[in-house]
Design a protein around this ligand. Structure first.
Ligand code: G3P
Length: 210
């Protein structure tokens, strides 16, 4: 089980890295755009900050251009860069060539067990379902997420669940067996807290001598 930071902000990455239990950082085009900087420059900085993988999503218009983009991103830090590629048939075909060439890839924007199954067929490292978007757009999101988890069971492809808006969302996703999760910094910081824990700490404090 790994917990990743979902952010392209270097300050968030430094704070998350300081926590000591972060497996890496995931970005997406929206998060990169919020930095106001070129994507590959941000990728390079994030790779200096965090110990684990840095996920970078391909955005170019054509398969040929996305393949070039993949190599450009990979060459920034071959040991750390993991490419995110939205799940479409042409992208699955592209990834089926990139992975044997040595570039780690994840299939992202996964909404169905069939997409997760194909992510495993191309030997993607991760299939990335978007949980809060599933809840917004698809009936019975927990069941769909469970079927996505089941679709890659006993394959080399791991589920990295993304797009979380609340601790309750995280608890729902954990209940169906997700293996890895990526969260914005505020949710990572909220996850280990509970009002009742704070109450108990205060209660124990009252019994300390002197
Ligand atoms: O990084 C991709 C995923 O986290 C999307 O999240 O919050 O834009 O639905 P969100």
């Amino acid at each position: 089980m790994g917990i990743y930071l979902d952010s392209a902000n270097p300050d968030d990455a430094r704070r998350a890295q300081e926590l000591g239990f972060i497996a890496g950082v995931t970005t997406n085009p929206k998060l990169i755009a919020q930095t106001g900087r070129p994507g590959l420059e941000v990728l390079s900085e994030l790779a200096e900050i965090v110990d684990g993988h840095v996920f970078y999503q391909l955005t170019a218009d054509t398969v040929e251009a996305r393949t070039d983009e993949a190599w450009a991103a990979y060459k920034i830090r071959p040991d750390k860069v993991l490419l995110k590629v939205p799940s479409t048939t042409e992208n699955l075909a592209m990834v089926s060539r990139l992975i044997p060439a040595g570039i780690e890839c994840a299939m992202t924007a996964i909404y169905s067990p069939a997409q997760a199954f194909l992510a495993a067929q191309v030997r993607a490292s991760f299939a990335i379902p978007y949980y809060s978007r599933l809840k917004r757009d698809v009936p019975d999101a927990p069941l769909v997420l469970k079927r996505i988890v089941d679709a890659v069971r006993d394959t080399q492809t791991l589920i990295l669940a993304a797009s979380f808006k609340s601790v309750d969302d995280v608890i729902e996703a954990l209940a169906v067996g997700i293996q890895h999760i990526t969260l914005p910094l505020d949710l990572i910081l909220a996850l280990g807290e509970h009002d009742l824990t704070r109450r108990d700490i205060a209660d124990f404090g009252q019994h300390l001598p002197g």
